[in-house]
Design a protein around this ligand. Sequence first.
Ligand SMILES: [Zn+2]
Length: 218
Amino acid sequence: MALHGFLEFFQREKTFRPKKRFNQGTIRYSLHKQANASLQSGINLKEVVRLPAGENMNDWLAVHVVDFFNRINLIYGTISENCDETTCPTMSGGQKYEYLWADGETYKKPVKLPAPRYIELLMDWVENQINNESLFPVSSDVPFPKTFPTLCKKILTRLFRVFVHVYIHHFDRIFSIGAEAHVNTCYKHFYYFVMEFELMSAKELEPLAVMTAQMCKD
Ligand SMILES: [Zn+2]
């Protein structure tokens, strides 16, 4: 029931970005389907993140980065009307952490921003990376850039901050719409994925370390 309510909630929501999709018939499309099927069959998340034998690591990374972007985007969408400049004047993760935004272009020096603005810029930035075909090639004939793993680490590190904000500041809302199991599953999947391939530093994971230790015991 909870998931059903959650999906209905999504369908009412108008502010979602169009979902980034994989082209049917490509390796990435089948990997994406395969990864989703494993998730739905309830297999251990720690195992489903492992690179399947014979598959290319960059393809595996690309599929996960895009899927996490889509899922985190939906999660933030469910609480976005409760996240404004008054409720969340800073992009904080509790009292100990505050993120400053810099993209090296418009924002050369790190700036303090209200959380909704920070997250908007963050999601725009990720969306631009994954829609840039020279960074995320759509065809398997086009090679990934050499910097691809580094870029994915940066994207995942930034996406993680949305989890930090949602968990620390908006979990009551997630709970009230019955979406906590869904969000927790997404978080665990994300966490096991970044741990499997060492894609984030312990320092960046720190704001949710206590929760993670309880949630991801095995
Ligand atoms: Zn907020």
